[in-house]
Design a protein around this ligand. Structure first.
Ligand SMILES: [Zn+2]
Length: 499
């Protein structure tokens, strides 16, 4: 599975590929050999309780369990089951799960919420990164997801058409930033840079408002990389910059150009250049380097943590450093290891290190992105999800955390959006660690995370938000939702309309 990146591996698990077709996944898949992290006893219990509850409610409503799972009440039921097993972590009631009108009313109100997803992906049409397909087939074969075994899996689920559907139609995401991942092998970039910007242009033209932002991916040390930055400034006008300090995350075995963000000789000329352009957001992939990954690629380990961010941020106070995945280390391993670390030490690698940067370096230009961090913990170890949010809010401040889901690796991001809307830090944890409550779905902390901070960083105004609320994508989504259970049949119609 040479072509399988950790990011992809981590993307194999949730929403779509879950063995149990619930709105929120009840188990998680991991490791590059596709060996599952066994469903923990508690996750098994979540599944059993959810099945029981859903069968009861579906029968009373005269519908099927599968259909019930596609509704807002079904989504609520998933969080009820998680609460029953893990304690009250998500704000949800059994009444909401049992009363479709109540669930729909809540979902309808929140659906207008501005959600800016700063971290999304799809793959180029001619991608060679077929590990995803093999992964999905394995998921089917192992019986984790019976529907994947019934139907031949294709790479199309990771491509543009499905991306448009899952991000803009199947979720409340209003604006998505299209990211990328570079490689030393030109054909193995997720998407060619040209295509990233063509896609941004197409999507925004079709929507009739600014629905897509885009990264230009810089590749320090690769021959000609600074000339490409010049070209980007001139030609593409990216919304922000993205770089991978491990160099080639797809081919870690041969990655020839890892770098440190505080390398004065290599990086400072780049920072000086972009500081002059007004494109001042530098996004840096960090973390996702569980001990199993480290054992295989020890050479890249020093580049994977966040120890180089503080110095760079201090030297360039007019740039913003957005640390992707917030440096969260444990993706690619067993989520229980991440929970055990926090329970034992009160810290989480390398999220705590990131959260300490403002105080340690006296800076306020360092941000944490929630890509994968939230997907990986909210289902498997929801208390860890709460802890990570507590650590980040306490250290960086609520106004330095940006929403990102790494969709579509983990399917439509709606289950993650609902997760954060409902997540609260348990009172015992608040007391023990000095964490403040996160508050309601539309309260100040979550509003800042979902959209306020990114709007500020990317200069998106209130006027822009109003436009987004009534553009062609908004019309499409209204129509799409009216068609309810016909969704999957409509898929290709919408795809061709969008693409
Ligand atoms: Zn990503």
């Amino acid at each position: 599975m040479k072509y399988l990146t950790d990011e992809m591996i981590s993307g194999l698990a949730p929403a779509e590929t879950s063995a149990f077709p619930s709105p929120v996944p009840t188990q998680i898949v991991s490791s590059d050999e596709f060996a599952p992290v066994p469903q923990s006893p508690r996750q098994k219990e979540v599944e059993a309780r959810l099945t029981d509850m859903s069968d009861r409610i579906a029968a009373r409503l005269g519908t099927s369990r599968r259909r019930f799972f596609q509704t807002a009440a079904g989504m609520a039921a998933s969080f009820v089951a998680i609460n029953q097993v893990f304690g009250n972590i998500f704000d949800v009631s059994e009444a909401e799960a049992a009363t479709p009108d109540m669930a729909n009313e809540r979902a309808g109100k929140l659906s207008k919420q501005m959600v800016i997803d700063g971290h999304t992906h799809f793959l180029r049409d001619d991608t060679r990164l077929m590990g995803f397909v093999a992964g999905r087939e394995a998921v089917g074969k192992f019986g984790w997801n019976k529907s994947l075994a019934e139907k031949e899996q294709t790479i199309d689920d990771l491509k543009y058409g499905n991306y448009i559907k899952e991000v803009y139609m199947d979720s409340d995401t209003k604006v998505a930033l299209l990211s990328n991942s570079p490689s030393d092998v030109p054909g193995d970039w997720f998407i060619p840079q040209e295509q990233v910007f063509k896609t941004r242009e197409t999507v925004n033209a079709k929507a009739g408002s600014k629905r897509m932002l885009a990264h230009f991916t810089f590749t320090p040390g690769q021959p000609g990389w600074m000339e490409k930055v010049d070209e980007a400034i001139e030609r593409f006008k990216p919304d922000s910059w993205k770089g991978y300090t491990v160099g080639d995350n797809t081919h870690k075995d041969t990655a020839a150009f890892p770098w440190h963000a505080d390398d004065e000789k290599l990086m400072y000329p780049f920072y000086e250049k972009i500081a002059k352009t007004g494109i001042r957001n530098v996004c840096i992939h960090k973390g996702l380097f569980a001990p199993g990954v480290e054992a295989k690629f020890p050479r890249l380990r020093p580049y994977a943590d966040v120890s180089d961010i503080g110095r760079a941020a201090k030297a360039f106070p007019h740039l913003n450093f957005l640390v992707y995945h917030s440096g969260y280390r444990w993706v690619g391993g067993n989520p229980a290891d991440g929970m055990a670390e926090f329970d034992k030490t009160g810290r989480s690698s390398w999220v705590s290190d990131l959260a300490e940067i403002p105080e340690k370096y006296g800076v306020n230009n360092v941000y944490g992105d929630l890509g994968q961090l939230f997907a990986w913990t909210s289902v498997a170890e929801p208390r860890l999800s709460a802890a990570l949010m507590g650590i980040l809010v306490k250290g960086l401040g609520a106004n330095r955390i940006v929403w990102g889901t790494d969709a579509v690796w983990t399917g439509a991001p709606q289950w993650q959006i609902e997760g954060l809307r409902r997540l609260e830090i348990p009172v015992d944890m608040q007391k023990k660690h000095g964490f403040k409550p996160l508050g309601p779905a539309d309260g100040s902390v979550k509003t800042a995370i979902f959209s306020g901070n990114s709007a500020r960083l990317y200069g998106l105004t209130k006027q822009h938000a109003e436009l987004v609320g009534q553009d062609r994508f908004a019309e499409m989504k209204t129509e799409y939702e009216l068609n309810g259970s016909g969704r999957s049949n409509l898929r290709y119609g919408y795809v061709s309309k969008a693409g």
